[in-house]
Design a binder for this molecule. Structure first.
Ligand SMILES: CC(C)(COP(=O)(O)OP(=O)(O)OC[C@H]1O[C@@H](n2cnc3c(N)ncnc32)[C@H](O)[C@@H]1OP(=O)(O)O)[C@@H](O)C(=O)NCCC(=O)NCCS
Length: 269
């Protein structure tokens, strides 16, 4: 059986039924690159990569014990985490009965593009421009410093950046950087999903430049870019305990609905 096609088929059916895909970007890349371990069982799959598990059962095959069987058949070395994209009640139940604990909540926040956008007024000496060849090393450095405590984003190296830039959605005009005479201060990487939806994909300000209004300015610059492309809604993912980012996004009109939460579980022991 073609594992990639079968996982993709099941994930697609789950996304239609649940409103959220069971595969995030990192899982999709690992699957496409042959870097994931896949177990298939009667319309369900378990996909393991880099200590992270994605597990899903086709809507037509649910409530027959497949998820429990897949969990039992998946072997892990060391700790393992799993995301429930959309906080699915079955994931909460499985976690409770199989010794996993809820460790992180990731919020989705959304902004209606019909809300008025404040004008973009960079502070004196600061320039905002689009990505150009030669920026990669500085982006990786700013990202590593800004996300030093973030378990996934902080690990982005030049190879991983290049891999993401090779994705079909990548548009250099949507990767904005802020700089002054000292070098790069921060960046905002936007992502256009389709004609209606855009994303604040990654935003990071170098720690020494934080708290000077640059995060707000770069977020605004990205919003101007995305709304200029005509998207109706801009969404983003933010850790529920990232007070600085949530405050920034809320002031710019982003809102979070309780159901719009992704939950990460970690297996105990
Ligand atoms: C979140 C981040 C982008 C904000 O950038 P920044 O340049 O420090 O923020 P700004 O100076 O533009 O502040 C803008 C707003 O953010 C809020 N804010 C900034 N720092 C804050 C803090 N430590 N606590 C609470 N609110 C804060 C304020 O609401 C501020 O608005 P105000 O000036 O009207 O009061 C930056 O802190 C960062 O890079 N953090 C690490 C990476 C990260 O978490 N990125 C977001 C992932 S979703």
């Amino acid at each position: 059986m073609d594992e990639v096609a079968e996982v993709t088929r099941i994930a697609g059916a789950c996304e239609v039924a649940d409103g959220a895909s069971p595969l995030d970007e990192a899982a999709r890349i690992a699957l496409a690159d042959g870097a994931a371990t896949v177990v298939l069982d009667r319309g369900g799959f378990a996909l393991l990569h880099d200590g992270d598990l994605s597990l899903a059962v086709h809507p037509d095959h649910r409530r027959t014990g497949i998820a429990s069987a897949l969990l039992a058949r998946t072997s892990y070395d060391g700790g393992v985490t799993a995301w429930s994209h959309g906080n699915h009640p079955a994931a909460a139940r499985l976690a409770a009965t199989h010794g996993w604990e809820r460790v992180r909540d990731l919020w989705v926040m959304r902004r209606d593009s019909t809300l008025p956008l404040p004008p973009l007024e960079p502070p004196p000496g600061v320039r905002i421009r689009s990505y150009r060849a030669g920026d990669a090393a500085a982006i990786v450095a700013v990202n590593a410093a800004a996300f030093a405590h973030h378990p996934e984003q902080g690990a982005m190296d030049e190879d991983n950046l290049a891999r993401r830039m090779a994705e079909p959605w990548f548009d250099p005009a949507g990767l904005l950087v802020a700089e002054d005479e000292s070098g790069m201060l921060g960046f905002h990487w936007t992502k256009r999903h389709d004609a209606q939806h855009g994303e604040v994909y990654v935003i990071g300000i170098a720690p020494q430049a934080q708290g000077r209004g640059l995060g707000k300015m770069l977020t605004l610059a990205g919003l101007h870019h995305l709304t200029g492309l005509g998207v109706e809604e801009v969404l983003l993912y933010v850790e529920s305990d990232n007070a600085a980012a949530i405050s920034l996004y809320s002031r710019l009109g982003f809102v979070h609905a309780d159901a719009d939460t992704h939950v990460q579980y970690r297996r105990r022991g």
